[in-house]
Design a binder for this molecule. Structure first.
Ligand SMILES: Cc1ncc(COP(=O)(O)O)c(C=O)c1O
Length: 383
């Protein structure tokens, strides 16, 4: 389909960028003039602003959300041989981050309604080697902070929040990234706060952890040419930081627009409940930042999901699947020893989910069109 046949794209970044384009160009020009492309002024400014926005003391910019998890876990003291619990229903980077930190990922089941980690199921996975849990605030919804803190307290675990999809999400008086010892964010372009390329951030309230993060991202050197640990090269580019810093003041309003769009979707989807088609449950109300808006199809339609997507695309509407295969069934991770049937809820979700267009600026008319076309297609397929 060519671009002008698309009536509702899956994501529309131009809507965010056009109003601030001149400012962005100026910010880029300033970095070019200063020439401080690595660990420059705009990075420090953005780190300060992002930490403040998240309500924590320290933020350390890294090259990606994946590196944020890996470096963040190492800075929290995770070492090879440690076991780290993570949900199977997540983007694979949550697992990669743990493996890159040298630890063993222990995959856990998810809750059928929220698609978030099932802490009761996770409790059964604890061994003497379990050192941390990486809850994923998936699709923009936080895992309950009180339940998480209780879980970590009971089992004496570090919490490292994967907040890649949940910038400024809130619930129970907590903000994403402010619950555990540290947290990682992604600035992949389509994220709620997105760079013009890759980028990530690790946040913490612990000064010594922050220092270790800064050292690890910079060749393990607390000062130039003095290497005290096995670090890596993973800095958030100054150019990206300058762009992100300009976008940050808009983030709350963009998140609100996402939440309002989701509420409208919820309303229009009511009639489809009779057909056993539901949005993922929102337990966090206006604190849900809806990185993605996801519905679960009934089992009859789930088998025809690809056809539904094709038919939607033919009508000018782009959709997605997040995610088609749970982490425990990904071929590269067979060595971890998991099998089909190990996490039935995650497996069923992966078969049933369908992601609808979601971005700040999506109009009511566009949401109406999505649901109208979806309902028509479902009518045809269920006959
Ligand atoms: C839940 C989750 N964790 C981690 C990541 C990794 O972030 P990045 O792509 O910036 O490495 C992503 C995004 O891609 C994600 O969605």
């Amino acid at each position: 389909m060519n671009a002008n046949q698309i009536k509702v794209p899956f994501v529309d970044l131009n809507l965010q960028h056009q109003p601030i384009q001149t400012k962005i160009e100026r910010a880029i020009a300033e970095v070019i003039e200063r020439g401080d492309f690595v660990l420059g002024q705009a990075l420090s400014e953005f780190e300060t602003a992002f930490a403040e926005a998240c309500g924590v003391k320290y933020a350390v910019g890294v090259a990606s959300g994946t590196d944020a998890i890996s470096i963040g876990l190492q800075a929290c003291g995770i070492v090879p041989g440690d076991e780290v619990i993570v949900p199977s229903n997540t983007f694979i980077a949550s697992v990669i981050g743990i493996i890159q930190a040298g630890a063993k990922p222990i995959l856990a089941e998810c809750d059928r309604n929220t698609a978030l980690i099932d802490l009761a199921a996770a409790a059964k996975l604890i061994t003497p080697q379990t050192k941390a849990i990486v809850p994923v605030h998936l699709y923009g919804q936080m895992v309950s902070p009180t339940q998480l803190l209780d879980f970590a307290d009971t089992h004496n675990l570090i919490i490292f929040e994967d907040s890649a999809q949940a910038h400024l999400a809130e619930t129970e008086g907590y903000r994403a990234g402010g619950v555990g010892k540290a947290a990682g964010f992604s600035f992949y372009p389509s994220k709620n706060l997105g760079a013009f390329g890759n980028g990530g951030m690790i946040i913490t309230n612990d000064e010594s952890v922050a220092q270790k993060m800064r050292s690890l991202r910079n060749y393990g050197a607390p000062k130039k040419y003095f290497h005290t640990e096995l670090g890596t090269n993973s800095r958030l580019d100054t150019l990206q930081a300058a762009i992100l810093n300009l976008k940050l003041p808009h983030l709350s309003s963009w998140n609100q627009q996402r939440n309002q769009a989701a509420q409208y979707y919820d309303r229009l989807l009511q009639p489809l409940k009779e057909r056993d088609i539901f949005p993922i449950t929102n337990l966090t109300g206006v604190g849900h930042v809806y990185h993605l808006y996801i519905i679960r199809l009934n089992s009859h339609l789930a088998i025809k999901r690809e056809l539904i997507q094709q038919k939607m695309a033919a009508r000018g509407i782009q959709t997605g699947i997040h995610y088609p295969i749970p982490c425990h069934l990904q071929p590269a991770y067979r060595y971890l020893g998991y099998q089909k049937g190990d996490f039935p809820e995650a497996e069923t979700l992966c078969q049933n989910v369908l992601s609808l267009p979601m971005y700040p600026g999506i109009t009511k008319a566009q949401i109406e069109l999505v649901i109208e076309e979806l309902s028509t297609i479902i009518d045809i397929l269920q006959k």
